[in-house]
Write a protein that binds this ligand. Structure first.
Ligand code: MN
Length: 284
């Protein structure tokens, strides 16, 4: 059974653009233990008043990794320099591969903005190995209805497979390295256990409720980093919980990041900045 390595709390909330009040859970100090995950910004349920102009983040670049937007409540709209456009609604996931370089904007969806309501979601940054950092940009719209889901025994909850596989149930996200992401909603007294390839990094993010893992009660707001060596993850729910499981094969390469560019060397960062400034990420 996997042991707890350590537990981290989120940083205080900060704003990303005027549309996302987020709490950062993964920073550079966790890159080694949580590779391939680079960042996780959590948007706590946030009640927004109606507004005529959608809030969000205007045109900005990304290169060398993937951004994964997970939405539990509200609606978002996306547009990028490949010409792709998309809307995300509650339950949807958008998996964007920035790869060789992309420009995009991320806003609240227009109708949702006009109506107001609760926004609740997360954005995860997933690193790409050197050989795929210059892969053409693309994105995958993972619609709620298409995301496979496993019901827990006695109807005690459900596990949505956002990436990877769980007990033979295969998720639909295309990933460049082995990644398992599970979105778990469960009631009290559910036992959740599954196996992961030994050596893969793994963390449990407690978004709601408390669970018992490795004989320790962990609470809402805890990012529980597990020991990668064992293959079995097991925990029990103490009450109604929402848990995000992040797991993946570590990318054993240097990480050099500068804002929205994540490469392997400082030289590649300089090249990325030059390419962006020269307009090589396209137009939006
Ligand atoms: Mn972005």
């Amino acid at each position: 059974m996997k042991k707890i390595k350590y537990i981290r709390k989120a940083a205080p909330p900060h704003m990303v653009g005027d549309g996302f009040k987020v709490r950062a859970f993964i920073g550079s100090d966790l890159w080694k233990d949580l590779s391939p995950f680079l960042m996780l910004d959590y948007i706590e349920p946030w009640h927004l008043h109606p507004t005529e102009f959608p809030r969000g983040v205007d045109v900005h670049p990304h290169k060398g990794f993937e951004t994964v937007s997970i939405l539990w409540e509200g609606a978002l709209a996306h547009e990028d320099s490949t010409g792709a456009k998309g809307k995300l609604f509650a339950g949807d996931v958008q998996w964007m591969t920035a790869g060789s370089g992309i420009l995009h904007k991320e806003f609240h969806e227009e109708e949702f903005s006009r109506r107001g309501g609760v926004l609740h979601g997360a954005q995860l940054w997933v690193n790409l190995p050197a050989q795929y950092k210059n892969t053409p940009p693309s994105y995958q719209d993972l619609k709620k209805e298409a995301i496979p889901e496993m019901v827990l025994p006695d109807q005690k909850g459900r596990i949505r497979i956002l990436a990877g596989a769980l007990k033979g149930l295969q998720g639909i996200a295309r990933t460049f390295t082995r990644i398992n992401i599970y979105d778990i909603h469960a009631q009290a007294d559910a036992v959740i256990d599954f196996e992961l390839p030994p050596g893969d990094n793994c963390a449990l993010l407690l978004l709601k409720g408390t669970i018992l893992v490795d004989d320790q009660v962990t609470r809402e707001g805890d990012l529980v980093v597990l020991d990668p060596q064992d293959d079995r993850v097991k925990f029990q729910t103490n009450n109604t919980v929402h848990v995000l499981v992040l797991s993946g094969e570590p990318i054993l390469e240097p990480v050099v990041a500068y804002g929205p560019f994540v490469m392997n060397t400082q030289e590649e960062i300089m090249e990325a900045i030059d390419a962006f400034q020269a307009g090589k990420f396209g137009k939006l």
